[in-house]
Write a protein that binds this ligand. Structure first.
Ligand SMILES: [Zn+2]
Length: 415
């Protein structure tokens, strides 16, 4: 156990942050609002006692750099912004654990660690105000769709470029922030799980394999409207019958895929009246998997099943893609180091994929070796004021994440 690290202080600082930026409904640190600016000022004060260089980049991301012997840098990331009425840990746990680790490294190496350590607070991870998440990290990775982002408006009609101007950021130049990744040798992110997997396994910590790829489609079955009284059962072209068969089928597809998930999230019928056979049935399908081949297979199986059910019911089927994103698998060697750090801290580990996207997905997409560590979420709930994690688990995660940082630093030096 490293005595220079004080995980209890991280818990105390999280409570201090909750007291000054939260209310009875939860955390109120929505990006590009006064509450968020206040949070940043508080964070700067926490870092002032350290010999770090601090600056805000072209996209409004905040960086604190502890220069090391080598220019190669190890990045630790998180986000201080929250959704409205958010939880007290989502995003800021990562940043404050990073602050504590900077203190430990600074003390241990007398201000000169073997590699450069950089803490980043990404701007607007949540997308709570403009409806588009991962703003700062996607600007930095170069993936931000400038045309789409230029037109984003908040509920008062204020455009994203105008909100950015308020905090001194020129929208047209946000991708200049990409230069921050120049010497990046690895990126680490700690996060609460936001789901029930670790809770159900009764484990405090997990190593994250990557973020899921997503395929989202609308599937429409076309039959024929007919009178519910006069049409014999064997003469119907019932679009709903075919659509409904998809529901148990996607459960079988998900089960065969291993770690994948499939959701039929909506179903609408036409004419949608009690006295007519359904003419048109439209369902939406959301499929997610960490492996791109497995994701493609899940999609192909759903398509084949829909065609079979259409044939059986004497109806036709059409597909429309709504959205898609590729899986972002994390770096295998860093996953192994994360695994090791967790085992050394609490004996047991579980490897799991992340359903939600995180800034880490953007950094990985930019080609920087990346891994995330999850800590158990009580109730498996996030984006809610009841979001919580046991205090001893919070302390454990700071310890394990610190070990991962040290191991990654040595991994960078070996490279
Ligand atoms: Zn988050």
């Amino acid at each position: 156990m490293n005595s220079l690290l004080n995980p209890r202080r991280t818990v105390a600082e999280l409570k201090e942050l909750r007291a000054i930026t939260g209310d009875q409904n939860g955390a109120q640190r929505i990006a590009f609002t006064p509450g968020w600016t206040k949070t940043r000022t508080w964070l700067r004060q926490k870092l002032e006692t350290l010999p770090v260089e601090m600056h805000t980049d072209a996209a409004g991301n905040f960086w604190a750099t502890l220069r090391g012997e080598s220019e190669k840098s190890l990045l630790l990331g998180g986000h201080m912004d929250s959704v409205p009425n958010g939880g007290w840990l989502d995003g800021c746990l990562n940043v404050l654990a990073g602050v504590e680790i900077l203190r430990r490294i600074n003390a241990q190496y007398n201000g000169k660690s073997p590699v450069t350590i950089r803490l980043v607070d990404w701007a607007d991870e949540e997308g709570a105000r403009f409806g588009k998440s991962l703003f700062g990290s996607s600007a930095c990775s170069g993936n931000l769709d400038m045309n789409e982002a230029r037109g984003l408006k908040d509920k008062d009609g204020i455009k994203l470029p105008a909100a950015l101007r308020e905090i001194g950021v020129d929208f047209e130049r946000v991708k200049d922030s990409g230069k921050e990744l120049e010497n990046a040798a690895a990126y680490l992110e700690l996060h609460i799980e936001q789901g029930p997997v670790l809770l159900d396994l009764d484990l405090p910590l997990g190593a994250v394999l990557g973020t899921f790829g997503v395929e989202r489609h609308a599937i429409t079955f076309h039959g024929q409207a007919a009178h519910s009284g006069s049409t014999p059962m064997n003469r119907r072209k019932d679009a709903f019958l075919a659509g409904a068969k998809m529901s148990p089928e996607v459960y079988r597809i998900a089960e065969r895929s291993g770690n994948g998930v499939c959701t039929i999230g909506s179903c609408t019928t036409k004419p949608g009246i009690v006295t007519s056979v359904v003419e048109e049935c439209r369902i939406t399908l959301d499929q997610r998997h960490l492996d791109s081949t497995a994701l493609a297979k899940m999609l192909a199986e759903a398509r084949a099943a829909s065609e079979q059910f259409a044939r059986e019911g004497n109806v036709s089927v059409s597909w429309e893609r709504l959205w898609q994103i590729a899986p972002r698998p994390f770096n295998a060697e860093l996953i192994a180091l994360c695994d090791e750090a967790i085992r050394e801290t609490c004996g047991k580990v579980h490897r799991l994929p992340s359903g939600p996207l995180h800034d880490a997905a953007e950094v990985a997409a930019a080609g920087v070796p990346t891994v995330m560590m999850f800590v158990q979420s009580l109730h498996g709930i996030s984006h809610n004021k009841i979001e919580d994690t046991k205090e001893d688990h919070l302390e454990l995660c700071v310890r394990a994440f610190d070990k991962l940082t040290e191991k990654t630093m040595r991994w960078i030096m070996r490279a």
